[in-house]
Ligand binder design. Structure first.
Ligand SMILES: Cc1cc2nc3c(=O)[nH]c(=O)nc-3n(C[C@H](O)[C@H](O)[C@H](O)COP(=O)(O)OP(=O)(O)OC[C@H]3O[C@@H](n4cnc5c(N)ncnc54)[C@H](O)[C@@H]3O)c2cc1C
Length: 404
């Protein structure tokens, strides 16, 4: 390709018959989930029906190989489309998938050995087990290399000591991917699959979040937690690579979910503006209300295109993981998609609340839920400040990295 041109000739927006069938199944599961999700959200409790409904529909392992349990073997574009629909139901529902499927099972699929994949993906895709991803600690967020969780090897096991906090699915997960340094070292980070029933493992739900009421967020405590040797995930000392690769897929899931949030906000605002009358006409006929709808519509399409482009590049990267420049390109595209989609989904929710007026201020209505829930998308899986710098460095070059 000559310089100055971008090769997107393989990017295809036509839906295949297989995609249509699958997305109809996702849509049906989302509709079935809604009544229980409404109840759980207003009662501020985790909705266990997510696991049941999507498990029964065989949709918990969409991007996982068909070789394992209910894996559907979808590519990343199809998975992103499904996550858009799931995100429309709410950021809490989508966050369950981000923790379980994108950060959990996809990471095991990429880095696990045959026995780990057989053991964890077969049950995870069926919803028999739920996964979480534990990187963040009380003292290590944007700077994961500063984490202090550590391990020693004892009697053929890894014994882990540390605390992971703000972990999605953290207190309901059956297994979590945990990152730790060898005791006394600041290099050689390792990733482990730690089962909930391991001695020394405990977890607590984080209460009083500003939103995301039906999603579980927890703190995981590892106190002399003994993990079998075979639960080391990926090569010894490559934990950081495992973590960063997981974050690519996690960020893509956030971007796709945010597109769904915007779709819901647009639908809700348009419906309300088509029935509410003030000053003798439908509010949808007032130009300043139309402006809200117009801006959300433009941002939605832009976010969707960024997300699908990122998903397409990510798929290419997964098919050719040795191509470093493809990885860098996919990483930057995912960062751009998440950065834009997270900001514009929050803006879309804010505008939908405005269109609803006082009714927008009630959690009984969907715009208010999206407003408080989508805020986290600018924080988790790489804050927007971190992503903004990553995007800038992708333009300026590595010499301009402002942190390591
Ligand atoms: C609901 C929820 C669910 C989550 N789920 C998970 C999960 O499943 N697994 C997991 O591991 N973590 C999870 N997290 C944690 C999340 O990934 C972290 O909160 C995030 O990485 C930011 O870390 P921090 O909160 O420690 O903020 P800090 O890193 O302390 O950042 C504070 C502020 O400083 C800014 N900042 C920091 N460094 C820089 C820099 N170099 N340049 C410019 N600005 C900077 C940040 O952008 C931010 O604005 C979750 C968080 C929430 C709220």
């Amino acid at each position: 390709m000559p310089e100055g041109f971008v090769n997107i000739s393989g990017l295809n927006f036509e839906q295949t018959d297989d995609q249509r069938v699958l997305l109809e199944q996702v849509d049906r599961a989302c509709r079935e989930l809604r009544p229980s999700e409404d109840r759980a959200y207003l009662e501020h409790r985790f909705n266990p029906e997510v696991r049941k409904v999507f498990g029964a529909a065989h949709l918990l392992g969409l991007p996982i190989s068909r070789q394992y349990g209910d894996g559907q073997g979808t590519d990343m574009m199809t998975y992103a489309m499904a996550l858009e629909r799931i995100g429309k139901e709410g950021t809490g529902v989508r966050t369950f998938f981000s923790g379980h499927t994108s950060l959990g099972m996809l990471t095991i699929q990429k880095w696990g050995d045959d026995a780990q994949k057989e053991r964890y993906l077969s049950s995870g895709t069926k919803g028999k087990e739920v996964f979480a991803f534990g990187l963040t600690e009380p003292g290590a967020g944007s700077e994961p290399t500063s984490l202090v969780t550590n391990f020693v090897e004892q009697d053929g096991k890894f014994v882990i000591e540390g605390v992971k906090t703000w972990i999605s699915n953290g207190s309901i997960a059956d297994s979590a991917i945990i990152f730790a340094y060898p005791k006394g070292k600041k290099e050689g980070m390792c990733a482990f699959i730690v089962d909930r029933d391991s001695p020394g493992f405990s977890a607590k739900t984080i209460e009083n979040k500003m939103g995301l009421y039906s999603s579980d967020t927890g703190t995981i405590y590892l106190e002399n937690c003994a993990v079998p040797r075979e639960n080391l995930l990926g090569p010894r000392g490559k934990g950081l690579s495992v973590g960063y690769s997981a974050l690519m897929s996690g960020r893509l899931s956030v971007a796709a979910g945010c597109v769904g949030v915007m779709r819901d906000c647009l639908d809700e605002a348009a419906s309300y503006a088509s029935v509410r009358v003030q000053h003798g006409k439908l509010i949808g006929r007032h130009q300043l209300v139309q402006r809200h709808i117009g801006i959300v519509s433009v941002n939605l399409e832009a976010a969707r295109l960024l997300t699908f482009h990122a998903a397409w590049l990510y798929q290419k990267h997964l098919e050719d993981p040795e191509d470093r420049s493809l990885r860098t390109e996919a990483d930057a595209a995912i960062a751009r998609a998440k950065f834009h989609a997270s900001r514009s989904s929050f803006d879309a929710a804010n505008r939908a609340v405005q269109v609803f007026g006082a009714n927008g201020y009630s959690l009984e209505n969907r715009p208010a839920r999206h407003l408080v829930d989508s805020r986290v998308c600018q924080i988790y899986e790489g804050t927007n400040e971190i992503l903004e710098q990553k995007i800038a460095v992708s333009v300026l070059g590595k010499d301009f990295e402002s942190y390591s």
